[in-house]
Design a binder for this molecule. Structure first.
Ligand SMILES: C[S@@+](CC[C@H](N)C(=O)[O-])C[C@H]1O[C@@H](n2cnc3c(N)ncnc32)[C@H](O)[C@@H]1O
Length: 373
């Protein structure tokens, strides 16, 4: 079963690293740019405070490679150009990057130092905050903006209802799989609800009043019936199931393999945010996952290597060194022209993007509880 230590991307800068195989995620990050820019402008012109003298921003689940600094760089650029536009001296900016302790922070630290040394006068301090975003990471009321992309799909743990009852996440047998799938997906949905609710509560404590959060994660459109009964990691599971049927990996081990990843629908996400109550949804967008990408660039080996970079640590931890075989199986599966595109179309994914503002009610309710004794 995946432990917290296994939830990290492939380290380093080599051929199979996340740094070299995160093109899809980078394209998804680019779609956050206008929302981050708008959040910065609003933070700078918030009516109940004067122009901020300092601003603390953090990326949660930054990983390594070029994507680690992509979102905070957008925020810094936005602060810089907004201040130029207003002819206002820039606030002192502190940039913090978070991921789990086993993330490859080595190259990230070097890029952070380069960011501080770059001629952006606003960036005064930079730092790493290792730890789970399902725990407290920052001091109360200290942060102005949180960004996060492609990370909140990772759950704090695999749903215990499944592991306790030995229920495979993705049965090889098609009949058993379709019978159990609604129950399996419900267990994942419940775990996501718990985790995401906790995430919102924690971040609300750490943000200043009116603080902002721009997050993006893989999921599905609420109105898309086709993807309702499939895992967000369906294609990945199918390749492993072929390997198990061919005896490349042990069938019993396959049945006890769980990926702690869930892709909610936009409706689920909205509902959890509203029920938790600390944030208002300033904007929510649902994008097609791969639309806008050149199909000719989505080749079998490119796609297999993107999956490898993200899932290798948990696969190797559970099955041993089987990733070369994983890539070969994937390439064989998509050797017929158009078959990969067909598969990607059959399991359409959405990118859910939300720009949130911390409610001032959050403050009022705590004041009220003080007042009421
Ligand atoms: C797919 S990568 C995304 C990286 C980067 N944000 C991007 O868009 O390319 C997901 C990252 O989330 C991190 N992650 C997963 N669970 C986490 C948690 N509970 N706390 C902090 N980081 C977590 C993983 O270690 C991984 O680096």
């Amino acid at each position: 079963m995946a432990s917290k230590q296994m939830v990290h991307m492939n380290q380093g800068q080599g051929e199979t690293s996340y740094a070299s195989n995160s093109g899809i995620q980078n394209a998804l990050q680019n779609r956050l740019k206008p929302l981050i820019e708008a959040a910065i402008v609003e933070l700078c012109s918030s009516t109940n405070t004067s122009f901020p003298e300092k601003m603390l921003i953090a990326d949660l689940g930054c990983s390594s490679g070029p994507n680690a600094l992509a979102l905070v760089s957008v925020a810094i650029e936005a602060i810089h150009s907004h201040c130029l536009h207003l002819q206002q001296p820039p606030p002192e900016v502190c940039v913090l990057l978070n991921d789990l302790p086993d993330n490859d922070f080595n190259t990230v630290v070097k890029s952070l130092v380069m960011l501080r040394q770059s001629n952006k006068p606003a960036v005064v301090t930079v730092g790493i905050t290792p730890g789970s975003f399902y725990e407290r990471l920052f001091t109360s009321g200290s942060m102005h903006l949180f960004c996060s992309s492609n990370s909140l799909n990772w759950l704090s743990k695999v749903p215990e209802d499944l592991t306790r009852n030995w229920i495979p996440a993705y049965d090889i047998d098609e009949h058993a799989r379709s019978e159990r799938l609604p129950m399996v997906l419900e267990a994942y949905a419940q775990q996501f609800r718990k985790d995401f609710t906790l995430f919102l509560e924690l971040r609300a404590k750490e943000l200043v009043p009116g603080g902002r959060m721009v997050v993006s994660l893989a999921g599905r459109r609420s109105d898309d019936r086709a993807s309702k009964f499939s895992h967000v990691w369906e294609v990945f599971a199918q390749i492993l199931s072929v390997m198990a049927s061919e005896g490349v990996i042990d069938k019993a081990k396959y049945d006890s393999f769980y990926v702690p990843v869930y892709g909610p629908s936009d409706e689920e996400l909205r509902e959890i945010i509203q029920a938790e109550g600390s944030f208002s949804i300033t904007e929510m967008r649902v994008h097609h996952f791969t639309r806008g990408r050149d199909n000719a660039l989505i080749t079998a080996s490119w796609y297999a290597n993107q999956m490898r970079a993200a899932f290798e640590p948990i696969v190797v931890h559970h099955f041993g060194d089987v990733m070369d075989e994983f890539v070969r199986t994937a390439e064989r599966r998509w050797s017929v022209e158009g078959s990969l595109q067909d598969e990607v179309t059959r399991y359409p994914r959405a990118q859910l993007v939300a720009s949130l503002t911390k409610n001032s009610l959050f403050k009022i309710s705590s004041d009220l509880s003080l007042f009421l004794g």
